[in-house]
Design a protein around this ligand. Structure first.
Ligand SMILES: [Zn+2]
Length: 106
């Protein structure tokens, strides 16, 4: 609960000024609450994670795009993007190993 800086009376969030002493309410408390609210998760990171369960190269591409966007926008989802990219590379490694096995077998 926010309190008035002048009279320490309890303030309702919607009040523009203190009803007890008439002091204008600084909107600091409300702004802090908004700043603490979690930022949205980067949607490209989520797409990259979904792609990571389907195949390799698209997940790597989307993972890197997501990491670039998160760096700029400070959105959430950096861990998701890293996991998606790592899974993408794991898929790629498995693909290369299988390809080499086939190539040797022929
Ligand atoms: Zn007051």
């Amino acid at each position: 609960m926010a309190t008035c800086a002048t009279c320490s009376g309890e303030l309702s969030p919607e009040w523009r000024f203190c009803v007890f002493c008439g002091t204008a309410v600084t909107p600091t408390a409300v702004d802090d609450a908004a700043a603490e609210a979690p930022a949205r998760v980067n949607s490209i990171a989520i797409i990259a994670l979904i792609l990571a369960f389907v195949g390799g190269i698209p997940a790597i591409a989307f993972g890197h795009i997501a990491l670039g966007q998160i760096k700029k926008t400070h959105e959430r989802g950096r861990i998701i993007a890293i996991i998606a990219t790592a899974l993408g590379y794991a898929w790629l490694a498995v693909g290369i190993v299988l390809l080499l096995r086939f190539a040797n077998g022929l």
